[in-house]
Design a protein around this ligand. Structure first.
Ligand SMILES: NC(=O)c1ccc[n+]([C@@H]2O[C@H](COP(=O)([O-])OP(=O)(O)OC[C@H]3O[C@@H](n4cnc5c(N)ncnc54)[C@H](O)[C@@H]3O)[C@@H](O)[C@H]2O)c1
Ligand SMILES: [Zn+2]
Length: 387
């Protein structure tokens, strides 16, 4: 079928909306109509060329919600009309990693996903006969996409499709890191480095866990008001201090924080995030994605004296078995997704979403594929970017 997709032809070049070809779902695959998708920093990172896994040309995008249109042979757990979230971290119950119960890092299609193709080694996307790569196994910057069944989470039909895309990455990543990776407990002191959507979700998650003191850190003070609305007790900018930010935080907290989170992708900040942790027990969770070839450093004594460095991907969330429950939490009112959505726009305006995120002016921009259906609601959070 012919579909419209935002194609990343090469690194560092704006996306171009093209009419491309999409092959139908093969065995074990499903065709999904994307209703909304939002822009995550990771898409911007890949487009910048700093991503070692970045392949071009590609259809980027991994934070989205859609509707199942067609099933390939052998698909039993989904049916046309189901509302679904594409999973860049799939969940195959037969994968030894998933069976271990210790991780959400399913390996079943890891190799082909990293190579920008479907599990059979081919791509469903092409332009005038030339192959276009899949991205993160999801490729949601397109009207339609094809996904393996294990990379599709069926969610409640009550979830408004105009906003649910942010449940595809930012919110489970941040909240999951707090609950599943760090396991923040009531009364804890928490430092959150980087107040984009991921950092905001860490703050919201830490508040829900009962953290008593949450410190937000960002070089852009325009992020502070929202961070405080979501639960940060104080926000600071490293540029307001002459000494290293970790020393400032250790002083503020009388010894360091119980938990810190790096939500930027900056290896120097990863060090600060570790070193602001309390001696004996403080734990730093790295969420940010650093550039190709970059390395982290600290004095080993930091670890010998009890601090812990760990990392988290998709918040440790099992996409098929746990993400639908997180959507239900949102629908029950346990947390709100509205504050994350600062901008709404059409597919044609997608490069504006990159510009806004790059300039630090947005948290999440939501791209609406059928603006006449989803961009007119009165209850839409954020602004509608004028065409
Ligand atoms: N591990 C995962 O599963 C996962 C999932 C989603 C996103 N990510 C990564 O998480 C990071 C955050 O994503 P996002 O979409 O929230 O990004 P974002 O661009 O919206 O937010 C990043 C924030 O960091 C701030 N910042 C930049 N440099 C800073 C510095 N030196 N000190 C303090 N603050 C600084 C920026 O001002 C911005 O507010 C990215 O690296 C992204 O690739 C990881
Ligand atoms: Zn993401």
């Amino acid at each position: 079928m012919k579909i419209r997709a935002a194609v990343a032809w090469e690194a560092n070049r704006p996306l171009e909306i093209e009419e491309i070809d999409l092959d139908g779902p093969k065995e074990g695959e499903v065709l999904i109509r994307i209703v909304t998708t939002s822009l995550c920093h990771t898409d911007m990172f890949t487009l910048s060329g700093a991503d070692p896994e970045g392949l071009f040309p590609a259809v980027l995008g991994h934070e989205a919600v859609g509707i199942v249109e067609e099933l390939g042979a052998g698909v039993t757990s989904l049916k046309p009309g189901d509302h679904v979230i594409p999973l860049y971290t799939p969940e195959d119950p037969n994968c030894p990693y998933i069976k271990s119960g210790k991780t959400n890092l399913c390996q079943t299609i890891r190799k082909t996903q990293g190579a920008g193709v479907m599990p059979d080694g081919t791509s469903r996307f092409s332009y005038k006969g030339k192959k276009i790569h899949h991205y993160m196994g999801t490729s949601t910057f397109a009207e339609y996409t094809v996904l393996p069944e294990i990379a599709v989470a069926k969610i409640s039909k009550e979830a408004p499709l105009a906003k649910a895309s942010v449940m595809g990455c930012a919110i489970p990543t941040g909240m999951g890191a707090v609950r599943n990776t760090a396991k923040v407990e009531p009364g804890a002191t928490v430092a959150v480095f980087g107040l984009g959507a991921v950092g905001m979700a860490v703050i919201q998650g830490a508040k829900m866990q009962g953290a008593l003191r949450i410190i937000g850190i960002d070089t852009n003070p325009n992020k502070f008001a929202l961070a405080q609305q979501l639960g940060a007790h104080e926000c600071i900018s490293p540029s307001d201090f002459s000494q290293p930010i970790q020393d400032v935080i250790v002083e503020m907290t009388d010894g360091g924080v119980d938990y810190s989170f790096e939500c930027i992708g900056n290896v120097n900040v990863m060090r600060s995030a570790l070193e602001c942790c309390h001696k004996g027990w403080g734990e730093c969770t790295v969420i940010g994605v650093a550039g190709a070839g970059e390395e982290i450093a600290t004095r080993p004594f930091q670890l010998v004296t009890g601090r812990v460095w760990r990392g988290s991907a998709f918040g440790g969330v099992l996409g098929r078995s746990q993400l639908p429950g997180m959507v239900d939490e949102w629908l029950r009112g346990d947390f709100d997704v509205d504050p994350y959505i600062t901008h709404n726009m059409t597919h044609e305006q997608i490069n504006t979403a990159f510009d806004l995120l790059h300039a630090g002016k947005s948290i999440r921009s939501v791209i609406h594929f059928q603006p006449n259906e989803t961009m007119l609601t009165n209850s839409l959070p954020g602004v509608i970017v004028p065409a």
